[in-house]
Design a protein around this ligand. Sequence first.
Ligand code: TRP
Length: 338
Amino acid sequence: MTHTPLVLSGMQPTNTLHLGNYLGALKNWVRMQEEMPCLFCVVDMHAITADAGYGKPAELAQSIREVTAAYIAAGVDPKRTPIFNQGQVPEHAELAWVFNCVARLGWLDRMTQFKEKSGKHKERASVGLYTYPVLMAADILVYRATHVPVGEDQKQHLELARDIAAKFNNDFGAPDFFPQPEPVITGTATRVMSLRDGTKKMSKSDESDASRINLTDDAETIASKIKRAKTDPLPLPASKDELKDRPEAENLLNIYAALAEQDRDAVIAQFAGQQFSGFKTALADLTVARLEPINKEMRRLLGDPGEIDNILRSGASRARAIATPIMDEVKKRVGFIS
Ligand code: TRP
């Protein structure tokens, strides 16, 4: 049996989203809507696995609304594509429990992201952080999603989801019950790096706010962050070979190319030999022009939290309509009495 193509992805509601999330993920989601049916969720249950989202109910609720607003403002159309909150669809948690019993400890012990996130004090990490990739597998498979746009860092979690799907299918006598979800690696062409250090990814957890452009930053803040972005003393390069060992120059040129939707070589040619100051002005103008409409729409939406909550509620009920019959079938196969 071949499974009907369906895209699912999600982002964690911790802090605000930034330019890297927009260029690396959201922009692709918007495009994918044209190609396949999609589901986009805000993964609030993942957010409470670590300190950033744990024990801060008001902040978490606000972040959920902000991420939802960002999806919509970036161009995900909630009429076409259900946008919902993971916690509002209980089937994610139900399937995650079954998957906790399918996945093996040895598989989870290999997850590099848990090792990075738990650091030196693994015993102090939450059990939820450990089993995070199992919940992620449930997010995807509870809809039998086939395509999962994610960043490179999530590839291993997708492999785990495939292993869980295969083991469930095997152990419960249902050869094609769950599909093998494919990662759609986004953000490699436009890996947006920190404005303070071109070798580090732009990240919401970086303690320097000047390292990133938040989708909620106003025009003035955007321009000043770009003008203060780290560069090197040389003028802009004339070819991509000259970008070697110039991570900051490379990052700013990549951002320009992605925002202008131009080929990077064309952008290099356009600014070849110029000083950073002039280029930064052009980049600031372009960034403001691209982000301002998103920023405005986010603010409009956030001014009416009731509207956001309605969108999430309706998205959740559409998502549940897909998940419930699949979960019913899982329960039957496992042997639970309904
Ligand atoms: N772990 C993902 C990340 O940090 C977020 C996520 C949770 C996700 N569930 C998902 C992404 C399901 C894709 C599909 O980026």
